[in-house]
Structures are given as C-alpha cells and as structure tokens.
Design a protein around this ligand. Structure first.
Ligand SMILES: [Zn+2]
Length: 349
C-alpha cells in the first residue's frame, strides 16, 4: 500500500500571503484556484499580489457552492491541461471538493483552511453529496497544508470548538478500534494508533488552552494534520473515528437542525468516554471545560430527542464497523445516561 504524507506544511501567522512563495519552491507555477463561498472578496487582492510576485499563473478559478459529485466532475473536466497543482481556500466543503478533483485527475492539492472545524483539511477522505445523500469517499490526501493562524484566530469560535471536539474524539475512537480487535478480530495498526494518540495528547498537555492564543491554535492545527495522516497510514478512518462519529453522522441525517461535525462529535465523545469507562473520561471533560467548549455548547445545545435517536441509529451508519454501541446493553446504558446525567444535560435541550 502506498502512503502519502503532506510534504508542504506551513502553520503560522500570515502564511496565507506567502502562498506564492511556497508554490514556487515546489515548482507549482500553473495552478487551479478554488474558493469557498464568500471568501474570494476577502483574500483575492492579497493572494494576487503573492502569486504575481512569485510568477504563479492562475489558469482556472472557481467559487464552490456545493459538494455534489456531478459538480465536481464538471469542474474536473473543465480544468485546462498542464495544471501543476490545485489550491483550495476555505472550509470543509471546498477542500473536500478539491481533494476529489485531485483524486480524479491525480494532481497535488494544497489545502488552505480558513477555519479548523475538523480534520478533513489533511485527511485522505472527502464527504460528498451523491444522489442527494452525504457519502464519505476515498480522495487524495493533500500534498500541502497552509494554515494562517491569524486567520484562524479571527474565524468564528464555533469552528475552532468544532476542531477541538473532533480532536478529543481520538481517545474514544482508539478505544473502539481496540474493542473491535477483541470482539471481531479487526486488525489494529499500532503506528496509526500512536500518531492519533500523540495528536490528541499534544493538545491536552498544552498548558494554555485559550482558543485565541496563536501558539495553542498552531498546535491544534498540527494535531488535526496528524489525525488526517493517521487515517492515511492505515487506509481507514479507524484511528480518527469511532462510535462518537457514528452518533454525529446519524445526528446529521436525522436531526432537524444538525450543527458542526466536531461540535456533535465532541458532545458524543464525552458520553461515549463515560460508557467506555475510558481512563481519559475525566481528562476529556476537563479539556472541554478549560477550552470553553462546554460553555459554548451549553449556550447553543443539541436537541436531546434527536441525540437519543442518533444513538439508536448509530450502529446502522457504517457496515462492519464494530464499536461499543454494537452491544445492545451498552446502548441502553448510554441512553439512560443521556436521559438522566445532570452534567451531560447542560449540552442538550
Ligand atoms: Zn471527524
């Protein structure tokens, strides 16, 4: 199995305006540029200056509004020949869109997230709309990840909380993977576990957990990159996604008002870590408190009934994906917890 790892990594303030220089270094001089909705006007002018000063030619440009697979194919085949790389600027949607184009055309993609709501900006998968339904597809892991931490600091806090929720879930995901090994002999890739665990530990062991602190943001960005790489190393989402992700996916499908992926995942991680009797349950709780995640979610809570329904649906989300929720007794225990635990209920309404 061939493993690719992001080679170009720049995570620092003002990185956005040095992209031209970074691309030139890699010899990517003819690019296709994609923006997420509403972002072109914010970055266009300074990006032009950066590209011009490094003699980078933008041969194709598009603003992405959807992540429907039909639109992706259309864009992919509209690209002029002799493009060296694809550059995706924005959130999860445009990055997933471009990762799939890169996969179809076998081109390198540089992912430039303007918020860090999940680990998708450095992962090998893409969440796309296929026949109107959300589907996780294999795509291409980015060749480059450029994150301007100053832009992340100015992005709405809900995105950063979502990134933290996605990252903290590595504890419960790894537990479920090991459980799957014991229960149904699914092989575990120890190296992927190591990377994933280290990623979350770097975040939790950092003393200053102020989400406006540039250094803490830089660490979170790096950790999310590692989470993406862990998936590439073992060729599955196992090191990054367990029953807490299944609950979030089910919530996406059935809730009247789903919210950001990592917010849902973070809430589910708190509950699942309790159910697993996970040794890190208290650590998870205190990190979510310290960063302000708990406070933030309690001000815009998830819907309680939708959350319970999502737990019930979670085991049906992915075939052959053993987790703690595959055990009916455990599921009943979790529902009881969600219905009655006072602390947890501040996250639900
Ligand atoms: Zn995730």
């Amino acid at each position: 199995m061939e493993i690719s790892i992001p080679t170009l990594l720049r995570i620092k303030p003002n990185a956005m305006y040095k992209i031209g220089k970074y691309l030139r270094k890699e010899n990517f001089t003819r690019i296709a540029l994609f923006y997420g909705e509403g972002l072109k006007s914010l970055f266009d002018e300074q990006l032009r200056i950066s590209f011009d000063s490094s003699e980078i030619k933008v041969k194709f440009e598009e603003v992405v509004y959807s992540n429907a697979v039909e639109d992706i194919f259309k864009s992919a085949f509209n690209l002029p020949p002799a493009i060296d790389a694809i550059v995706a600027i924005g959130g999860g949607k445009v990055i997933d869109y471009c990762k799939y184009i890169a996969f179809i055309l076998q081109l390198p993609i540089i992912s430039v997230p303007t918020s860090i709501s999940n680990d998708g900006f450095a992962s090998p998968g893409a969440s796309l709309l296929v026949n109107g339904r959300r589907k996780s597809q294999k795509a291409k892991i980015p060749f480059g990840v450029v994150i301007d931490t100053d832009i992340i600091r100015k992005s709405p806090v809900r995105y950063t909380y979502s990134g933290i929720g996605d990252l903290i879930s590595k504890y419960t995901a790894i537990y479920d993977w090991k459980l799957a090994y014991h229960m149904v002999q699914e092989p575990v890739n120890d190296f992927a576990v190591l990377i994933s665990r280290n990623a979350v530990e770097v975040m939790v062991s950092h003393s200053n957990k102020d989400i406006k602190d540039l250094e803490f943001l830089r660490l979170i960005c790096g950790c999310l990159v590692m989470s993406g790489v862990a998936m590439e190393v073992c060729g599955s989402s196992r090191p990054a996604s367990g029953s807490e992700h299944l609950i979030s996916h089910a919530y996406d499908m059935s809730a009247k008002k789903p919210t950001l992926h990592g917010i849902q995942v973070g809430v589910a991680t708190l509950a699942i870590s309790w159910l697993q009797n996970n040794p890190e349950h208290h650590l998870i709780k205190s990190v979510l408190e310290e960063t302000g995640f708990i406070d933030f979610v309690s001000r815009s809570p998830l819907n309680k009934q939708d959350f319970i329904d999502a737990i019930l649906q979670a085991p049906n989300v992915k075939e052959n994906y053993y987790t703690i929720l595959s055990d009916k007794e455990k599921m009943d225990k979790l529902i009881e917890y969600v219905q009655s635990d006072e602390y947890f209920n501040q996250l639900l309404a």
